[in-house]
Design a protein around this ligand. Structure first.
Ligand code: C2O
Ligand code: CU
Ligand code: CU
Length: 548
C-alpha cells in the first residue's frame, strides 16, 4: 500500500501539505517505512552494478539499477586512515564508471569519466582514506551518461568515521540514531517507467515514496544527500524547529550550527542532528520549503524548471514518528566539535584562477563544452589556490570539484555563514555573482589522469558544463643535468602541451619545449631543470637553474 491516505495526485502533493496538516495528524499517515540501505564495512568493499526492478509506486514495478540491489547501494562505512579496496563490478550491459564523490583520492582512483569500467569488467581502486569524519557518496560518472545512470538508481552513501566524531559523542549508531536520507525527485512515464527528466514531480527518500521513519525521542542524526538531477531542496521542519548542523559536504563543522532552513543543491550533503527528546508520541515532518527558495535556485517558483508542479511548492520529504528512547541515548550535543586544522588564509594563496559558468545554447564552462582530450587547468601540487567561480550562465548552479575540499571565501563579496563555513567540494553559485573558494591541492599528482570540475546539475554536466585539471608534481621532473645519463626523455604527460609548459630559452639550451618532448634529449652539464611557474598564470615554464 503505497498511497494509503493520499488520494490527490503526486504532482499536487506539495501544494496540499498545509491544508492536510490542519487536519488531525492521524489522517495523514505516510505510507511506507523508510528504506535504510544496508552497510558495508571494509577494508574490502564489493559492489556490483546491475539492472533490476523496484516497487517505487503502486502498480507496475519500475525498471531501475543499483549497486548490490535493484536501486541505490549499500552505505559504505570507512574509517579515516584505513587502507581500503573497492571492487566495482559492472553488469549493466554498457560502460560506466563509479566516482567517490568527496573523497580525497588520486585521480586514477577517483572514478571520473576517464576511468571507464567496461561491461562485465571489475575495477578495483585502493587507497588510504585521507578524509576526516564526513558524509560522501558514490555514483556513476561516464561523460554523457551520468544523468541516465544516476536517474536509474545508481547512487550510494559513504560515511567516513574518525575519533573526532567519537570524542564529540555525536549520534553514530547506523539505523538506530543515525540515518542516511538520500533525497531524489523522479519523473514517470507509462507503466511507472522512469523518465530522465531535469525535474521530477515525485519525491523519494532512499527510494521510498512518502516515507515514514520511527525514531527515538533523543538526539538523532541524519546524513542528508541531495541526489537529484537538478532540484534544490529548502530543508526545514513542519513545526519550524531548529536543527543542529554538525557537518556539511567535506566534514564536521567546528561547532554545531542551529538552522531552520538550509538550501541543499544537487550533490551537496548536510549532516544534521535533530533533538526529538520532547516529541515522544508525535510526528514531525521534514519538508522542503520551495516557496521560499530564492528565484533562480532550481526548484524555486521562478527559474529553472518553472512550471513543474513542485517548483515553488512546500512539500513533505519524510515523516518522523517519535517513540521511546534507546537504552543509552545521546541527549545533548557538545558546544564545540573540533578545531579544523587546515583552514587556509587568502594571504597564503599563490595562484588565483577564474572559472566562468557560461551559456552558449548549452551550458558550458569558460564558453567551452567538455572535451576529455583538452586540458583546461594545470595545478602545481601543494599549491594553495583561490578559485573565483563567476556565474554568467543564468540561474544558480552547484559547482563541484574533485580531489580537494575547499573553504568558501565569499559569495557576492559577502562571507558565508552556518553550514557553508565548513569544508566542502560543492558550492552554489548564484546568477551574476562570483563565489570564491580556497583550497590546497595536496597529496595526489598524476599528470596523465585528470580530475573534473563541473556543475552538479546532471543534465548540465552531461551537456558539457564540465572542465578538467591535472595536478602535477614538479619534483618528479627534477632532472639532474650533471648525471651521466645521456638519454633523458622529458615527455611527461599528453596534457602538458606547450600551452602549459615551455622551456625558457638559455644560451645553454637553445631548444623549445616541443623539441624536448618530441625526442630524447641529451643532457648538458652543470645545470638542473626544475619546474617553476608564473604566479597567477596557468602556464608553466621549465626553468634551467644553474647550480655551482
Ligand atoms: Cu558527484 Cu564529478 O561528481
Ligand atoms: Cu565528485
Ligand atoms: Cu548548471
Amino acid at each position: 500500500m503505497k498511497n494509503k491516505g493520499m488520494n490527490h495526485s503526486r504532482a499536487m502533493r506539495g501544494y496540499l501539505h498545509t491544508s492536510l496538516i490542519a487536519l488531525s495528524a492521524c489522517t495523514v499517515q505516510a505510507a511506507s517505512p523508510l528504506l535504510v540501505p544496508p552497510t558495508l564495512t571494509g577494508p574490502v568493499y564489493n559492489l556490483s552494478m546491475d539492472h533490476g526492478a523496484t516497487q517505487l509506486l503502486d502498480g507496475a514495478a519500475t525498471p531501475t539499477a543499483g549497486y548490490n540491489g535493484s536501486i541505490l547501494g549499500p552505505t559504505l562505512i570507512m574509517n579515516a586512515g584505513d587502507f581500503v579496496t573497492l571492487n566495482v563490478e559492472n553488469n549493466l550491459g554498457e560502460e560506466t564508471t563509479t566516482h567517490w564523490h568527496g573523497l580525497h583520492v588520486a585521480p586514477e582512483d577517483d572514478g571520473g569519466p576517464h576511468t571507464g569500467i567496461a561491461d562485465g569488467a571489475t575495477w578495483s581502486p585502493d587507497f588510504t582514506v585521507l578524509d576526516t569524519a564526513s558524509t560522501m557518496w558514490y555514483h556513476p560518472h561516464l561523460h554523457g551518461n551520468t544523468h541516465e545512470h544516476v536517474n536509474l538508481g545508481l547512487a550510494g552513501m559513504i560515511l567516513v568515521r574518525d575519533s573526532v566524531e567519537e570524542t564529540a559523542n555525536l549520534p553514530r549508531t547506523y539505523g538506530v540514531d543515525e540515518f542516511p536520507l538520500i533525497i531524489q525527485d523522479k519523473d514517470f512515464g507509462p507503466n511507472n517507467t522512469l523518465i530522465r527528466a531535469n525535474f521530477g514531480d515525485t519525491i523519494f527518500v532512499n527510494a521510498t515514496f512518502e516515507p515514514f521513519l520511527e525514531v527515538p525521542s533523543q538526539m538523532v542524526r541524519f546524513r542528508i544527500l541531495n541526489g537529484s538531477s537538478e532540484r534544490a531542496y529548502h530543508l526545514g521542519f513542519d513545526d519550524n524547529r531548529n536543527y543542529s548542523v554538525v557537518g556539511a559536504d567535506g566534514g564536521l563543522l567546528e561547532a554545531p550550527v542551529s538552522q531552520n532552513r538550509t538550501i541543499l543543491m544537487p550533490g551537496e550533503r548536510l549532516d544534521v542532528v535533530v533533538d526529538f527528546s520532547s516529541d515522544n508520541g508525535s510526528t514531525v515532518t521534514l519538508m522542503s520549503y520551495g516557496s521560499t527558495l530564492p528565484n533562480g535556485v532550481p526548484g524555486a517558483l521562478m527559474g529553472p524548471g518553472a512550471g513543474n508542479a513542485l517548483n515553488g511548492a512546500d512539500f513533505n520529504l519524510i515523516e518522523f514518528q517519535v517513540g521511546d528512547q534507546t537504552a543509552s541515548p545521546i541527549t545533548s550535543l557538545p558546544t564545540s566539535i573540533w578545531t579544523i586544522p587546515d583552514r587556509w588564509e587568502e594571504s597564503e594563496a599563490t595562484v588565483f584562477r577564474t572559472v566562468r559558468l557560461t551559456r552558449d545554447g548549452a551550458f558550458t564552462i569558460d564558453n567551452q563544452a567538455f572535451d576529455g582530450s583538452r586540458m583546461d587547468q594545470v595545478v602545481l601540487k601543494d599549491t594553495i589556490e583561490v578559485w573565483s567561480i563567476v556565474n554568467e550562465a543564468g540561474g544558480s548552479h552547484p559547482f563541484h570539484i574533485h580531489d580537494i575540499q575547499f573553504y568558501i571565501l565569499d559569495r557576492g563579496a559577502q562571507p558565508v555563514t552556518g553550514h557553508e563555513t565548513g569544508k566542502r567540494a560543492t558550492v552554489r553559485a548564484d546568477n551574476n555573482e562570483t563565489v570564491r573558494f580556497i583550497a590546497k591541492f595536496e597529496t595526489h599528482a598524476n599528470a596523465d589522469v585528470p580530475y573534473m570540475y563541473h556543475c552538479h546539475i546532471l543534465p548540465h554536466e552531461d551537456g558539457g558544463m564540465m572542465g578538467q585539471f591535472i595536478v602535477v608534481n614538479p619534483e618528479e621532473k627534477l632532472i639532474d643535468l650533471t648525471s651521466s645519463d645521456t638519454d633523458v626523455t622529458l615527455r611527461w604527460s599528453q596534457y602538458l602541451t606547450s600551452q602549459f609548459m615551455s622551456l625558457q630559452s638559455t644560451s645553454d639550451l637553445g631548444v623549445s619545449f616541443s623539441d624536448i618532448v618530441s625526442s630524447p634529449s641529451v643532457v648538458d652539464e652543470k645545470n638542473q631543470l626544475i619546474l617553476s611557474r608564473d604566479p597567477g598564470n596557468k602556464f608553466f615554464r621549465l626553468l634551467p637553474v644553474t647550480t655551482d
